[in-house]
Design a binder for this molecule. Structure first.
Ligand code: AGP
Length: 590
């Protein structure tokens, strides 16, 4: 989380930095700041809140500068904790977490150095001041040797005009040529333009940016040659295209995404992956948040269609539970960004224990993709809204497709041509889902909301619940419908909204009993179903009917009205659905 940028060119740096920072706000917007360097002095502007608060920033002198948009980890989201941090001759922006900052800070304080923020990052500027012997890159290398944790760093020294030094360990960083000068950024969209040439800085590498040239180095050694990243400036550019929010635009893209996401495993590019898939004896899936829910949904497909044992773990738990990785394990690490620290760590651990790792990612040039043995891109296009929507559907389409190919190879259950029909069915689900607008008054002032389902419907319920929590801030819980009576039912009161997902004919009667149970306690039941006859069942307050696509694949469609519900409730509660409080799109810290 956090976005960093840097620029050196012929024009004023500050407007370029502010413009590029804005495109990184999906990484955090608790505070923002810019520092420029002109005639040996720093000019600093910082604010609490998003980049728009940097008023007058364009006036800062200097053609060289760095900037930051923050997702607070250490220290409140205030102006004093905003980056850049300046100490002595150094200005620093940092994305990541310095795990040993307490000890380092104490060390500096013993030397009589005063700190002006509560962040873990400020200590880097203090150390640079201590280790500087006349060469910025060498000072940065010496400082990095003292740091434990994760960092992407851009630093300037008042003694070295038109120079920015960069270093990376476990937090993303790219650098290259754009905007008529040299640039660096946490992610491609900040600097992606026609004609831009961008390079990924890898873990354990550093670089020096000058006005006309960037040189890349190993942390301990000499120069490194790099190949430029492939990217499409059109698709990287974050435009809303007339939609009121990115989230709305991204939901509208679901049908197209369902089509693009299915890998053609017959293609020679996937040959090695397909072989590994067919050889796999066990599947393990690790992911976080929405991607974890995609993994849970995929388990039904892998087990039911292909009869391969599949374990799904929250990545942050997997890495600390001493996982057993049997021979023949294929680890599917699912991540939109490919930069989620916990998912990367889980994948790395699985690899160390002998598994082959497949990265199911939207960002093809990501850290997760780089460490994986095989990469399956889900090709959903850039997702800007913090709440994941189209990428969930894309992950499902890719995973279902893989499961179906495996089932075919193992001559297990057939699945018809449902997957090919999903895009068209999703169009219908989107249209039907607009019906949830009439549900909004029942939710907007609710004190809690429950989402229930069974089997794959339970997974859709979990994802719908996460969406609602994330952007409406309503306390919500997703529950397996059969488990309610073992505790959660005690929380249901008169008018409590309960969203029930029902697409499984096999489980319909069981599900209706659970609906009866909550209704008897006064709940108002809102149903998302593909089974028309239940849409008008007694006790259902309002319902939305989505097309039928079979129990296993149903989350790809039933989740759509749930995403729409979260969107409309968020707006009705006066929130910005694209930028939920306290969150960031890409969680690059543990
Ligand atoms: C979903 O709406 C979230 N914003 C979040 O749960 C997200 O899915 C999670 O942080 C994982 O991100 P990733 O897919 O980039 O790894």
């Amino acid at each position: 989380m956090c976005g960093i940028v840097g620029f050196i060119g012929k024009k004023r740096a500050a407007p370029v930095l502010a413009k590029n920072l804005k495109k990184l706000e999906y990484r955090g917007y608790d505070s923002a700041g810019i520092a420029t360097l002109a005639k040996g002095s720093f000019h600093l502007l910082r604010c609490a809140g998003p980049v728009a608060g940097l008023r007058g920033g364009g006036m800062l002198a200097g053609t060289c500068g760095i900037g930051h948009t923050r997702w607070a980890t250490h220290g409140a989201p205030s102006e004093e904790n905003a980056h850049p941090h300046i100490y002595g001759r150094f200005a620093v922006v940092h994305n990541g977490i310095i795990e040993n900052y307490h000890a380092l800070k104490e060390e500096c304080e013993k030397r009589g150095e005063a700190f002006s923020s509560q962040t873990d990052s400020e200590v880097i500027a203090h150390l640079l001041e201590r280790y500087y012997m006349g060469e910025l890159l060498e000072a940065l290398r010496a400082v990095c040797a003292r740091l434990r944790g994760s960092y992407a760093l851009a630093v300037m020294c008042a003694n070295e005009p038109e120079t920015i030094a960069l270093a990376r360990e476990k937090s993303p960083l790219i650098a290259g040529y754009s905007d008529g000068g040299t640039v660096c950024a946490s992610d491609i969209p900040a600097v992606a333009k026609q004609g831009a040439e961008l390079y990924a800085i890898e873990d354990g590498e550093c670089a020096v940016m000058k006005k006309e040239r960037i040189t890349f180095y190993g942390m301990g050694g000499g120069e490194i040659d790099k190949s430029p990243l492939a990217f499409d400036p059109e698709t990287e550019a974050p435009y809303r295209c007339g939609f009121p929010h990115f989230m709305k635009k991204e939901m509208a893209e679901i049908p197209a995404v369902l089509k693009a996401a299915r890998p053609n495993l017959g293609d020679f590019r996937y040959e090695a992956f397909y072989e590994a898939l067919c050889r796999a004896e066990h599947l393990q899936i690790a992911a976080c948040g929405t991607a974890y829910h995609a993994g849970l949904a995929a388990k039904f497909a892998f087990e039911s269609l292909a009869r391969v044992r599949t374990e799904v773990s929250v990545a942050s738990e997997y890495r600390y539970c001493d996982p057993i990785v049997p021979d023949g394990t294929l680890m599917l690490a699912i991540s939109q960004s490919g930069e989620t620290a916990d998912t990367i760590a889980a994948a790395r651990l699985a690899k160390e224990r002998g598994a082959k790792v497949v990265a199911i990612v939207n960002a093809e040039s990501s850290s997760l993709a780089a460490l994986a043995d095989y990469v399956i891109p889900v090709r959903a296009g850039r997702e800007i809204a913090v709440a994941a929507t189209k990428t969930f559907n894309a992950q499902l389409a890719a995973l279902y497709s893989i499961a179906a190919s495996l089932a075919e190879y193992r001559k297990k259950r057939g699945y018809g041509d449902v997957l090919a029909q999903l895009p068209g069915l999703a169009e219908a689900a989107l249209a039907a889902g607009e019906g949830v607008r009439s549900w909004v008054p029942y939710f907007v002032g609710a004190s809690s909301v429950y989402f229930i389902g069974r089997g794959a419907d339970y997974v859709a319920a979990l994802e719908g619940c996460l969406k609602l929590k994330e952007i409406s801030y309503l306390p919500s819980e997703g529950y397996p419908a059969g488990e309610l009576k073992h505790g959660t039912l005690a929380l249901v009161e008169k008018n409590t909204p309960v969203v029930a997902v029902l697409t499984s004919r096999r489980l319909a009667e069981k599900m209706m009993s659970a609906i009866e149970e909550v209704r008897a306690r006064g709940a108002k039941v809102f149903l998302i179903t593909s089974l028309c006859e239940y849409a008008v069942a007694e006790g259902v307050t309002l319902s939305v009917v989505v097309p039928e696509c079979g129990e296993i694949f149903s989350p790809a469609l039933s989740v759509i009205p749930l995403q729409q519900l979260a969107y409309y409730v968020s707006i009705a509660r006066g929130n910005n659905p694209d930028k939920p409080r306290n969150l960031a799109k890409s969680v690059t810290v543990e």
